[in-house]
Design a protein around this ligand. Structure first.
Ligand code: ADP
Ligand code: MG
Length: 253
């Protein structure tokens, strides 16, 4: 049994199918990338797995996570899985952070809800998490509010939050797209290190072939809601078969 098995997934708004007949698997600990241009259905696929699609979306097909069927699952069932078994990181780190709560409280909030960690243990746990993502001088950083951090620092906090319960799967939707080019590689490396340390599988979502190649063992190419090619990172980069994939590779050179 694969960790995640997506079969014939279709997401439609009215008569418009934005994801069409998508099938793929992610094995435990595997790093897989979903790549495609803006609007190709990457985020809708990710949202379907997390139970975060807009109400208007109609979903058919099957999404099995750890053997459990998620298509048609209730909000309560999704909530049990999110955070604990599936971590997520989005493009804009501020969307995952509460602007009026100090970083240290946010760092441990999720883990405290699930593990019943005592409030007195909060600062120590926050420091551990901050260290995991190499935030400078953790003791000072974690007392700040989100707006007092740089974009890269905020995304590191979000990574620490997402990884705090060592989820089986991390879904990272364009995690570095909003960041300066100079910090992108470092953030991806931190994410990769944290995932490897915890045996967490990663579903990386990006429009950038360089990001796909450097973060993932296997790449799935999505075009207008449909998977057009799938292969090892090396095959996709060096021997792309579909003209669309060839275009993505050429654009990255
Ligand atoms: P990507 O993440 O690959 O850039 P998305 O998955 O966000 O693309 O979007 C896929 C398509 O779904 C886009 O054409 C987008 O306009 C459409 N879409 C997204 N959200 C909605 C919505 N709430 N209602 C209708 N169409 C939507
Ligand atoms: Mg998107």
């Amino acid at each position: 049994m694969s960790l995640l098995e997506v079969r014939d997934l279709t997401v439609a708004f009215g008569s418009t199918e934005v994801v069409r007949g998508v099938s793929f698997t992610v094995e435990a600990g595997e790093r897989v990338c979903l790549i495609g241009e803006s609007g190709s259905g990457k985020s809708m696929t990710a949202m379907a797995i997390q139970g975060l699609l807009p109400r208007a979306a109609r979903v058919t097909g099957s999404i099995r996570f750890e053997g459990r069927e998620l298509v048609g699952a209730s909000d309560a069932e999704f909530q049990k899985i999110r955070g604990r078994r599936i971590g997520c990181i989005f493009q804009e780190p501020h969307t995952a952070l509460n602007p009026v709560v100090r970083i240290k409280h946010q760092l441990v909030a999720a883990s405290r809800i699930h593990t019943g960690l005592k409030k007195s243990a909060t600062t120590q746990r926050a420091s551990e998490l901050a260290r995991m993502v190499e935030l400078p001088s953790p003791e000072r950083i974690i007392n700040r509010f989100p707006h007092e951090l740089s974009g890269g620092q905020r995304q590191r906090v979000v990574i620490a939050m997402a990884m705090s319960l060592a989820p089986a799967l991390l879904i990272a939707d364009e995690p570095t797209t909003a960041l300066d080019a100079t910090v992108q590689a470092h953030i991806l490396q931190l994410m990769d290190d944290a995932a490897r340390e915890h045996g967490t599988a990663v579903l990386m979502i990006t429009h950038d072939m360089a990001v796909a190649y450097h973060t993932s063992e296997r790449i799935l190419v999505l075009r207008r809601g449909e998977l057009v090619e799938e292969g090892s990172a090396e095959d996709i980069l060096l021997r792309p078969v579909h003209p669309y994939t060839q275009g993505l590779v050429a654009a990255a050179r």
